[in-house]
Write a protein that binds this ligand. Structure first.
Ligand SMILES: C[S@@+](CC[C@H](N)C(=O)[O-])C[C@H]1O[C@@H](n2cnc3c(N)ncnc32)[C@H](O)[C@@H]1O
Length: 191
């Protein structure tokens, strides 16, 4: 789960200016690439949620996901489609924007409540947390990270009950953290 603070909610931005007018949507695109893409194919057992400005949640579902490619521009186009599909959603409603990408009206609190209802346990990625190597990881974890900004105080409060885990002492880019978490889970799952 990536908490996004600056992407335009209405999906009105140019694909030629992802770091500028699109509010650093390039950060989300790299997160999506690292969350799903393998050398050939995608990780089917992954879901990725982007909470945008605490208003809408875009979810990418590995089993149904189509059209995710390594380039950031085409991923930004998918996310833009989802934002536009979410513009007139009533509270709590959900819509499929493109195959495997849904948009739901609601922010971080609603997503955390929904995940908990599904038996999914949040784990917050934080460089000051317990080292990932060696900590027990829930059977169904949801790793939570912020975009290029810090979590807001309100987000910190919502995330306070959950364990904090570090992938190393340096502050990394979010997408790099996703790759490191995958690597740890891959190694733990290795025969
Ligand atoms: C680019 S960092 C945020 C940088 C921060 N806002 C700043 O300006 O210094 C994005 C997210 O990656 C995660 N992150 C970065 N480094 C990490 C680390 N070493 N261990 C765990 N999570 C990390 C955190 O969730 C962070 O919010």
């Amino acid at each position: 789960m990536v908490v996004s603070h600056t992407v335009p909610l209405d999906g009105e931005f140019s694909l030629s200016d992802l770091p500028g007018g699109a509010g650093r949507i390039d950060v989300l695109c790299r997160a999506a690439g690292d969350a799903f893409l393998l050398s050939h194919g995608i990780r089917k057992d992954v879901a990725l949620h982007f909470v945008v400005r605490d208003q809408v949640t875009i979810s990418l579902w590995g089993p149904r996901l189509r059209h995710l490619n390594p380039d950031e521009r085409s991923t930004a186009a998918l996310l833009r489609e989802a934002l536009r599909a979410g513009r007139d959603l009533p509270p709590g409603a959900e819509r499929e924007a493109t195959p495997g990408i849904t948009v739901r009206s609601g922010g971080l609190a609603a997503l955390l409540a929904h995940l908990q209802g599904e038996g999914i346990e949040p784990v917050v990625l934080d460089e000051r947390g317990e080292p990932l190597r060696g900590v027990p990881i829930p059977r169904q974890p949801a790793f939570v990270l912020s975009d290029h900004r810090d979590f807001t105080p309100e987000e910190e409060e919502l995330l306070a009950p959950y364990p904090k885990v570090s992938v190393g002492p340096l502050v990394l880019q979010g997408h790099q953290c996703i790759t490191l978490v995958h690597n740890e889970l891959d190694l733990r799952g290795a025969p």
